[in-house]
Design a protein around this ligand. Structure first.
Ligand code: 0RA
Length: 654
């Protein structure tokens, strides 16, 4: 039995000498955020991605098809792969084992050699030595050349020289590391977060088996909780998985994989009957949510090919206006993945691909793929063109509705919604707006707020579910119009009908405040869906928050405390009972904001000194897209299942 893939590319044997030595590790410990983004939840998880990226590189080079990740009981992480194993020979310049060099010198494992095919790499692509530097303890084991080698480190410093500890016919690398809790603010790994990323990696790198085991969670049969991801079909399966809860417009997904101008390109797309556009792009397994040249190439290839087909078909003859690029993408879900040797990342979050030669490569690939598909599937082709025409007509209607909203603002001198109680400070940085469920809670909030910097806007009942509504319905909706006007932002420019002029935003905190019950959660989700689909930049910039009103008030005589969960409630009850007098402690369950008076609402939920706000962030845009479409779409069973696993009010309301 062999644990290597059959058709290995013929490559020069890697030798210890190829590794260039660049930089020491003290720098990483001094300024960890510079290397891994932050020292919070993201940075902590980034450590795992960094190690796994090395295993993925081995897979891309054709030497590895299995990667196992384990979250251990103590929140240390173990990864095992069956790649070639980190080289262990003596590094000529450094006069010590290459393994030690890879583990202790920054970038040594990374860009060691131009003729080695290496494209993967985390967002920061800093290498496994960086993980070592930020770990209290790390042990690496390498199976290579018939032997097993090991070395251990503390905060990146070797505890002993690399040593052989046995024989093995296998090859591969095992890394176990414990993140340094004097550096990271948090230490708990999220199974969910790692699992979503591993699933994504399995789809992006087909035929590599990736498993994730959580030794902190034991199943009823005594085994550990674990998931196993493997994709035979790559992006074709990924796009079908993502689009699973949207009704399909055409029978099957459209897929191509190949190389154009030396750039590996993989594209999968599918049309559904919804009105949203969901295009996700990757470079070297990194989600490029700011897009870039590969996305531009995809759009150009799609537009020119479909436009030509539609023109030739004569179906556009009766249309009175031009079709726009957007119209071709309504109801489209697509994934583009390219592998680029030396990617240049630009943009605010360095997730925008700059390499110019990638655009024509993707454009050509998409044109060829689509042209073939349209020729072979004339019925689907007709359905797609019809959908494009409908989208163009709807866009016309939507623009009128939108212009009405925006013109009205101009005419009334930027008039604000009547329901808005604005704050007096005009500097957006200082200002916050509460979007409050219901007029009555809105009234209480108006009394309780600090009117200097807190604005209140009550929303009536359930706002429109934008996931199911056509665009013009969204812009005609009263509550949504009010949100746009109150925030001061407009949508749609000459070039891009979805661009937001966020620089006009009037508040840098938008706080959603709903009742702490099932209806309140539903309304929160509806509002978040709106922001995610129509003002995603607001979430990406960190402007969207959720208020957390307390669930209980625990009272005894004049003494009164609030509790945000059952545990704290019980603790308070015990404390107050123990406090001597025999009066029976009173617990009040708050379901509605309306059950609090203005002063209580201020104390618990609105006062910046004492409140807790939850900031909304997007961990993984692709997964967020999938979950929103599942939660807010038509299909019931997947939604029920999701709610059953995630519901926070399960034992309170049912
Ligand atoms: C340096 C060079 C090579 C591979 C690796 C490091 C490597 C690192 C890790 C980390 C986890 N698993 C890994 N597998 C490999 C190239 C090896 C060669 O060319 O033989």
């Amino acid at each position: 039995m062999s644990d290597q893939k059959e058709n290995q590319p013929k490559m020069d044997q890697y030798s210890a000498g190829n590794i260039q030595v660049l930089e020491g590790l003290e720098a990483v410990r001094k300024r960890p955020a510079m290397y891994i983004g932050d020292i919070g939840v993201r940075g902590l998880h980034h450590l795992v991605y960094e190690v796994v990226d090395n295993s993925i590189d081995e897979a891309l080079a054709g030497y590895c098809d299995s990667i196992q990740i384990t979250i251990n009981e103590d929140n240390s992480i173990t990864t095992v792969d069956n790649g070639r194993g980190i080289p262990t020979g003596i590094h000529e310049k450094e006069k010590r084992s290459a393994l030690e060099v890879v583990m202790t010198v920054l970038h040594a494992g990374g860009k060691f050699d131009k003729d080695t095919y290496k494209v993967s790499g985390g967002l920061h692509g800093v290498g496994v030595s960086c993980v070592n530097a930020l770990s209290k303890h790390l042990r690496v084991e390498v199976r290579r050349e018939g032997k097993i080698f090991e070395q251990e480190y503390e905060k990146g410093k070797p505890m002993y020289a690399v040593r052989a500890i046995g024989d093995s016919k296998l090859t591969g690398t095992t890394v176990t590391f414990t993140p340094d809790d004097s550096i990271f603010e948090v230490s708990d790994y999220s199974f969910e977060t790692l699992s979503v990323r591993m699933r994504e990696l399995a789809y992006l790198n087909k035929k590599v088996r990736i498993s994730l085991t959580d030794r902190r969670q034991v199943n009823e049969d005594g085994s550990f909780y674990s998931v196993d991801y493997y994709s035979e079909g790559g992006l074709k399966e990924f796009v079908e998985f993502l689009d699973d809860t949207r009704p399909p417009l055409i029978g099957e997904s459209i897929y191509m994989e190949g190389e154009k101008n030396g750039i590996p390109v993989e594209v999968a797309m599918i049309y559904n009957t919804s009105f949203t556009e969901n295009i996700h792009s990757y470079v070297n397994n990194i989600n490029t949510h700011e897009g870039g040249t590969h996305l531009a190439g995809f759009r150009r290839g799609l537009t020119t090919t479909l436009k030509k087909y539609a023109d030739d078909s004569g179906m556009l003859n009766k249309l009175k206006f031009e079709i726009a690029g957007d119209d071709f993408r309504e109801g489209l879900t697509a994934i583009i993945s390219v592998k680029v040797q030396e990617p240049q990342f630009e943009g605010q979050t360095k997730t925008k691909l700059g390499n110019r030669d990638v655009s024509p490569a993707v454009s050509q690939a998409v044109s060829e793929m689509l042209t073939n598909y349209l020729e072979e599937h004339p019925n689907d082709a007709r359905l797609i063109v019809n959908k494009v025409i409908l989208a163009a007509q709807a866009r016309h209607a939507a623009r009128k509705a939108r212009e009405m909203v925006q013109r009205k603002n101009v005419l009334t001198g930027g008039g604000l919604p009547g329901k808005l109680a604005d704050c007096s400070d005009k500097d957006p940085v200082n200002c916050e707006i509460y979007l409050v469920e219901g007029d009555s809670a809105g009234g209480t909030a108006k009394q309780g707020r600090d009117r200097l910097f807190q604005a209140i806007m009550p929303l009536r009942g359930k706002i429109l579910n934008v996931e199911k509504a056509m665009n013009h319905k969204v812009f005609e909706n009263e509550e949504i119009k009010n949100i746009y006007t109150a925030l001061g932002v407009r949508v749609g420019t000459e070039n891009d009908s979805r661009e937001l002029n966020i620089e006009k935003l009037r508040y840098h905190k938008v706080i959603i405040m709903c009742d702490a019950d099932v209806d309140g959660s539903h309304i929160e989700t509806l509002i978040l869906t709106f922001f995610f689909r129509h003002m995603k930049e607001m979430i990406e910039n960190g402007y969207i928050y959720i208020a957390t009103p307390p669930l209980y008030q625990v009272k005894k005589g004049k003494q009164s405390e609030y509790a945000w969960n059952d545990e704290i409630r019980d603790k308070l009850v015990d404390e107050m009972k123990g406090a001597g007098s025999d009066s029976s402690v009173h617990v009040q369950r708050y379901k509605g904001l309306g059950e609090m008076n203005a002063e209580q609402l201020w104390d618990t939920t609105m006062n910046p000194e004492t409140r807790t706000l939850r900031r909304i962030t997007i961990d993984n845009g692709v997964e967020a897209d999938r979950v929103f479409s599942m939660l807010m779409g038509d299909e019931v069973p997947p939604r029920r299942e999701f709610i059953e696993t995630h519901a926070k009010f399960a034992n309170i309301d049912f």
